[in-house]
Design a protein around this ligand. Structure first.
Ligand SMILES: [Fe+2]
Ligand SMILES: [Fe+2]
Length: 414
């Protein structure tokens, strides 16, 4: 991707290609995600701006439309799910603006922010075919190029005709992109599927967007957070993680499931504990302390001092209080960082799965990965020994529970 330093070309400016994709995103679904990805690839966009509309000019928002903050957050999660090869940003400028959201106003604002760059306005077939009815189409085409998505091969002719008309009548520059149909239902049907429950809507949404909808009870979903299916819990857990942490948590889930099968523990419990083990990891110290106050969780001096230990404690509290997890899962989350003496089977499985899951590469884990499936206690001893050595090397104070856990196993195994 080009940075500012790369943009001066022959004494002039090599403009960035910026895609602007607006919509009600009510909610953002796989169709939007695929369209945006395709536009980035085909047009070689270097930046994509997603702009949820406040009040669209051409239609009323459905009565069950979530508030602006929810739509903004869902769009942000949708953007993360796109995993674009370029920079992406969600802008709230239309959500903040009073009255209806006119694209012309938005483009004028964007032109001030990106005066030298080349803007492509991305839109679906219906919007493209009615472009002349928008506010100020002649002014819009002076600010940007148009890019229309078509999802029907048979509709391409109408789009080509419209493209020629806009070129001829307005001097517009327009591109037409053919997309495979990704989402077979309309947004209205999708909202109905969400309200009906049963998980049908899940296949049309990015997991984190679906999880966000469930967790916040949007679109009349009435999911009981204390009785989620494993699939729904996985989606909800993703909304609580930084996007970059998701592969680690999914890797921990699969490793925990494999260890549970190997050692005769409950696979469902292992998966649930793994999915929630880092569910408060993105919080800051103040937020951890707030959760401890909320759920009356006592902290000792060591725990209060070491921020890294707090997420195991608050994660366990959230698993119990918000998700109704049973004590065996709660305690597996509680002890996944420090460990303790005399751990249960599930506690050992989560401790090791977190350590050896496939995305971990901070040290040589070959021996530990092998041992975890051959001799669980010896693997735990090796894990604690390696963890204690690693912390000492980094100058981090080792929690007394980890030392006790290691010494307990040493005694047991000799
Ligand atoms: Fe953790
Ligand atoms: Fe972890």
């Amino acid at each position: 991707m080009k940075g500012p330093a790369a943009r001066a070309v022959d004494g002039g400016w090599d403009a960035l290609k910026i895609g602007v994709y607006g919509g009600t995103f009510n909610p953002i679904h796989l169709g939007h995600i695929e369209a945006a990805r395709r536009a980035v690839e085909t047009l070689g966009l270097e930046k994509l701006l997603l702009i949820p509309a406040g009040l669209p000019p051409h239609k009323e928002l459905a009565p069950d439309t979530p508030g602006p903050n929810h739509r903004l957050e869902m769009t942000r999660l949708g953007l993360e799910a796109m995993e674009l090869p370029c920079e992406g940003e969600v802008l709230d400028l239309e959500l903040k603006r009073e009255g209806r959201s006119y694209t012309l106003d938005t483009l004028r604002e964007l032109k001030k922010r990106f005066p030298h760059d080349r803007i492509y306005l991305l839109m679906g077939t219906d919007m493209f075919l009615t472009f002349q009815d928008w506010r100020g189409p002649d002014k819009i085409v002076k600010l940007c190029a148009l890019c229309a998505f078509s999802r029907e091969a048979e509709g391409m002719e109408r789009l080509w005709e419209q493209r020629l008309r806009l070129e001829r009548e307005l001097g517009a520059e327009a591109v037409v992109l053919e997309l495979p149909r990704v989402v077979e239902i309309s947004s209205t049907q999708l909202r109905e599927a969400l309200a009906a429950g049963g998980g049908e809507a899940r296949k049309y949404l990015a997991p984190a967007v679906y999880g966000y909808i469930l967790r916040n009870g949007l679109y009349e979903t009435k999911a009981d957070m204390k009785n989620l299916s494993l699939e729904d819990l996985r989606c909800v857990a993703m909304t609580m993680l930084k996007h970059s942490r998701i592969p680690h948590v999914l890797g921990t889930e699969e490793t925990a499931a494999a260890l549970a099968r190997r050692w005769g523990a409950g696979e469902d419990a292992a998966r649930r504990a793994a999915l929630l083990h880092d569910c408060t990891k993105r919080l800051d110290r103040e937020q951890h302390l707030e959760l401890c106050r909320l759920y009356s969780v006592p902290l000792d001096r060591e725990e209060r001092r070491e921020e890294k230990l707090l997420h195991a404690i608050t994660g366990a509290a959230v698993a119990r209080e918000e998700f109704g997890m049973p004590p065996e899962i709660v305690s597996a989350i509680r002890w996944h960082t420090t460990g303790k003496a005399d751990m249960s089977l599930l506690e050992k499985i989560i401790y090791l799965a977190d350590y050896i899951e496939p995305t971990r590469d901070f040290c040589d884990l070959r021996e530990l990965r092998k041992l975890a499936f051959e001799d669980l206690d010896r693997a735990m001893l090796l894990g604690f020994t390696m963890a204690v050595q690693d912390l000492k090397k980094k100058g981090v104070v080792v929690h007394s529970n980890s030392v006790r856990a290691r010494d307990y196993l040493k005694g047991k195994l000799t």
